[in-house]
Design a protein around this ligand. Structure first.
Ligand code: AMP
Ligand code: ZN
Length: 112
């Protein structure tokens, strides 16, 4: 299967690592939308939020454990936003579930 983020996890495509453990990998977004913009993914291939099941949902919890660890390490105590784009109308462009962690600017709401 051809998946950009699986290739990044395997190291076949270079990335700037921000955080890693047994379950998740986080790296700098190539086109940052905020002064701090990380992409956090489960290492296991899951296509989108619509493919979360009782068997793999613990990986979403692992992603949010990584969010908390990164926020602490990067001193994001002023706040941040976690975004998951799902499907065509949701703006998802890479078919491996991922969570954007955006920080270090005032983030508008609603997001538009
Ligand atoms: P989404 O639009 O939610 O699917 O987000 C995909 C994100 O992946 C975008 O913010 C892209 O800038 C980012 N992206 C695409 N290719 C790479 C890459 N090779 N390294 C890092 N980030 C990437
Ligand atoms: Zn994948």
């Amino acid at each position: 299967m051809d998946c950009l983020f699986c290739s990044i996890v395997k190291g076949e495509i270079p990335s700037t690592k921000i955080y890693e453990n047994e379950w998740v990998y986080a790296f700098a977004d190539i086109d940052p939308q905020a002064p701090f913009h990380a992409i956090i993914i489960p290492k296991e291939h899951i296509a989108s939020a619509s493919d979360i099941t009782a068997e793999n949902s613990f990986l979403v919890a692992k992603v949010f454990e990584a969010v908390a660890a990164i926020a602490k390490a990067e001193n994001l105590e002023e706040g941040y936003r976690v975004v998951n784009n799902c499907g065509k109308l949701g703006g998802q462009t890479v078919g491996h579930i991922h969570f954007h962690l955006l920080a270090r600017r005032n983030l508008a709401w609603p997001p538009g």
